[in-house]
Design a protein around this ligand. Structure first.
Ligand code: ADP
Ligand code: MG
Length: 375
């Protein structure tokens, strides 16, 4: 079985490292401190938090996890959040419906069935009651349900997405409720660092000072390499010296891409049954570019000719993009059009800003672009 896994939350034997982060975050949560956790996509935030929640559950903490990417309207937030909170409370369906009726204004709960015929909470809304009331009540629900001496930890993943709803109103409501939830610890986490920092580190915003900011870094190269070495050894494969340093240079040591490439190498080495060396790693990379080809092609087709020129310039040089020299050197037309192009590339998340530096969010994408250019 391939010991490398990517694209889903990893747990158990697939989950490595993070002991320090887990210990620190757990400690803060148990002390009732809210945490704002941020890192670019694919660094391993969700896996880390799931690990923490599963540890906490074992010590009888009630946990709620809500991914804001699943939320597309105020109603869907109210429904999803109420359901998750009820689930955590451990109430029977009957008791849940009764308590929702009495706790949340404007909501008419009932029992429905999901696609598999399993009973789920279903909601309709009383149109005479403003949605803001229902929102306030649902946000306060954990506190109302919380038993004496019970501890609760509540996670909002991809929290910056709340801005797609009526952001400011919601932020104010959240804040007005959470400040009275001393015995509940919240984690607000997100991938869009600048949006997260705007929300939580700006004095004028409702969430300012609501908790402790915590940045999640990549897993250290050393840990990653040790893990790869040990898994390939266990699999009975041999490898040339320093080969996993080379692997990490392809992936920028981003956890997701480490696992992706290692998984591909595993597949190749199984097929070919020889030592893992430069050639084999290169072949695995080409295989990945091939797998991703259709996706990359679609991505490229969304770009104008000028945006593509900027991308190609960006492969060659990532510094001082907005300078006259850069514009001239790479045959671009003007600084302002480059700014517009970059804005679009950021929107499409092809390029990301990480600590004031622009980088490709997918380290394989520039390889694909180069391959196409020189093919
Ligand atoms: N602790 C870890 N150990 C091993 N692989 C990890 C770890 N954290 C993340 N990964 C890899 O990165 C991928 C993305 O992780 P995820 O938790 O979804 O990141 P995020 O929530 O930051 O986008 C996982 O599918 C896995 O391949
Ligand atoms: Mg995630």
């Amino acid at each position: 079985m391939n010991p490398f896994k990517y694209g889903t939350v990893v747990a158990d034997r697939y989950f490595i490292d993070r002991e320090k982060e887990i210990a620190q975050i757990k400690d803060d949560l148990l002390n009732g401190i809210n945490i704002i956790l941020y890192a670019p996509r694919r660094f391993g935030k969700t896996s880390l938090v799931m690990q923490i929640l599963s540890d906490l559950k074992e010590s009888r903490v009630k946990t709620v996890y809500l991914d804001l990417f699943q939320v597309y309207s105020l109603e869907s937030f109210i429904r999803l959040y109420a359901s998750k909170v009820m689930e955590a409370s451990g109430f029977s369906m009957k008791k849940a419906i009764k308590s929702l009726k009495s706790c949340i204004r404007g909501v008419i709960p009932s029992m429905g069935l999901d696609d598999d015929g399993k009973p789920v909470l279903s909601f309709s809304y009383d149109s005479k009651i403003p949605k803001e009331y229902s929102l306030l009540d649902v946000l306060d629900l954990p506190k109302k349900l919380k038993g004496k001496n019970e501890r609760w930890v509540i996670v909002f993943d991809e929290f910056q997405e709340i801005n797609r709803l009526d952001g400011e109103m919601i932020e104010k409501q959240f804040r007005s409720i959470f400040q009275f939830h001393n015995e509940i610890a919240y984690i607000f986490m997100g991938s869009k660092t600048h949006l997260m920092l705007n929300m939580f580190a700006d004095k004028r915003r409702a969430f300012y000072n609501i908790g402790k900011l915590k940045k999640i870094d990549k897993i250290s190269a050393q840990e990653m390499i040790a893990h790869m070495e040990s898994e390939f050894k266990k699999g009975g494969f041999s490898f040339s010296r320093g080969i996993f340093e080379k692997v990490l240079s392809y992936t920028d040591n981003i956890p997701y891409y480490n696992q992706y490439l290692a998984s591909q190498i595993w597949q190749s080495v199984k097929e070919e049954g020889r030592e893992i060396d430069d050639k084999l790693v290169e072949k695995a990379v080409i295989q990945i570019l091939d797998n991703q080809g259709d996706y990359y092609y679609t991505l490229l087709n969304q770009l104008t000719v000028y945006q593509r020129s900027v991308l190609h310039a960006f492969i060659r040089e990532q510094e001082n993009i907005y300078s006259k020299e850069y514009t001239q050197k790479h045959g671009l037309s003007s600084v302002s059009s480059t700014q517009r192009a970059l804005k679009r590339l950021l929107e499409l998340e092809i390029i990301e800003k990480i600590e004031d530096k622009y980088v490709f969010s997918d380290p394989f994408f520039p390889l694909y672009l180069q391959q196409r250019t020189f093919a």
